[in-house]
Every structure is written in C-alpha cells, then in structure tokens.
Design a binder for this molecule. Sequence first.
Ligand SMILES: Nc1ncnc2c1ncn2[C@@H]1O[C@H](COP(=O)(O)OP(=O)(O)OP(=O)(O)O)[C@@H](O)[C@H]1O
Ligand SMILES: [Mg+2]
Length: 241
Amino acid sequence: MSASELGVPKVPTGIAGLDEMLQGGFPAGHVVLVTGLPGTGKTCLSLQFLLAGAQRGEKGVFLSLEEDVAALTQTARQFGWPVDDALKRELLKIIRLDPKETKQNIQRIQGELGKELKALGAKRIVVDSVSLLNMLSDDEAGRRATLFSLAAACRSAGATTVLTAEADPTHPGISRDGLSEYVSDGVVVLTYTTAADGHRVGLSIRVLKMRRTPHLRSVQPYVIGLSGLRVDAKAIDLGGV
Ligand SMILES: Nc1ncnc2c1ncn2[C@@H]1O[C@H](COP(=O)(O)OP(=O)(O)OP(=O)(O)O)[C@@H](O)[C@H]1O
Ligand SMILES: [Mg+2]
C-alpha cells in the first residue's frame, strides 16, 4: 500500500527526482532537516522548495540567518526561477534575521514567531541555517530550547518546513550540532562523492529518515544544473550537468 493510500498528504519538493525518492514529496507538516557541507546546495534546495510552492499558489517564508535578501534573490534569478513575481505577489517573503541581534532573535523564536508565521499564511517555511542559530546560544540547554521552539513555531503555523544545517566535517552524515536531527521529522543528507581516481567530485543525496512515509534509502547522485538541483542517476559520472 502506498503512502498516499495510507492518507499521508505529500508536499512536492520541486526537486526533480527527490519526490520519487519520497513517494510524492515531504509529508505535509513535517520539519525536514537538510544537512550538508558548504557548497552542497542547501540554500539552493531551500529556495527551490519555496518557489515550487509559490508556483502552486502556496505562500513561503524564508528565514535567513546567512545570506541577505539581495543575494538570495540573485541566486534564484540565476536559476531562472520567477522570484521577482513571487515576491511581488507575496507568495514569497524573505526575512533576514541578523545573527548579531542574538537576544531579539531568540526572544522572537521563543515568543511570537509561530503566530507571525501563521498570520503570514505560510504553507512552506525555510530556516537557513539552524547552525548559525545555534551559535547564538552559548550552552546546549539554550540550543535545545531554541531549536524546539523553532520547530514548534513552524508546526503550529501548519507549514511544511526545511531547516538547513552544516554537516560535521568529520562525520558528513550528521549535523555539526548533533541536535537538529532530534527536532526534525525527516533528515536529508547532501554529500560529496569522490571518484576512485581521486579527482572527480560529484554530489549525492540520501534520505536518512522521514517519519510516516516509506522512502528510498539508497544514496542517489544529484547535480546543481542550470535550473537548480536535480536527482539524476545518470549524474554518476560525477560532476556533470
Ligand atoms: N547558477 C548556478 N549554476 C550552477 N551551479 C550553481 C549555481 N549557483 C550555485 N551553484 C552551485 O551551488 C553551490 C552553492 O550552493 P549553496 O549556496 O546552495 O550551498 P550551501 O550548501 O548552502 O553552502 P553554504 O553551506 O556555504 O551555505 C555553488 O558552490 C555551486 O557549485
Ligand atoms: Mg547556504
């Protein structure tokens, strides 16, 4: 029996090939962690996910602790995604959380964020990245509290959420903080694969966990091509578009 027959509604990710790995997309309402080393495409995937929603008339909110609005908009334009239209039609809102404003950000997350996101009518939310967010707290208890509040705020808004996190360089399958996995319903890992010749480097994606749905467990190659991320078995030649 398929997941859709079991009645788990799915949210198409907009990433070609990923929906097939997930039998239709992310389960609606899930908080999904996307971990990866720098440059594996976490930010691109996040934007692609929100713009896929915008094309379906679903409102998306991008909470950015890393890149500013101009840089994110520019990235989306480069891939040819209709970001200006989505911003104009208020189907996409990019909110920059300045990591320097530590106290205000934590207060907002632990306070009104859920209500704010609900008021915006967000169906899709991205937080890029929780790694920077975690740096705002100086102890593990604080980091846990903030992460749990963030996940709760996204869930209470009724949205499907992507949290991005830096992978641990020595264990690239897990996040640097080792905490984000526990607040998430699903984990997608982006990694580099090096060919036997030691020169050619490709990218691969793996669904480590996705509650309430069957999914493919095998590692699949993907590319960041001219129109964004694409899971593609033929990309096994490492690095080709
Ligand atoms: N227009 C484009 N065409 C092809 N590839 C691109 C394009 N833009 C970005 N890339 C690829 O995507 C990579 C950056 O992706 P992205 O910024 O999403 O990574 P990230 O995982 O968010 O990195 P970080 O951890 O540094 O934030 C670039 O290094 C490049 O390889
Ligand atoms: Mg990024």
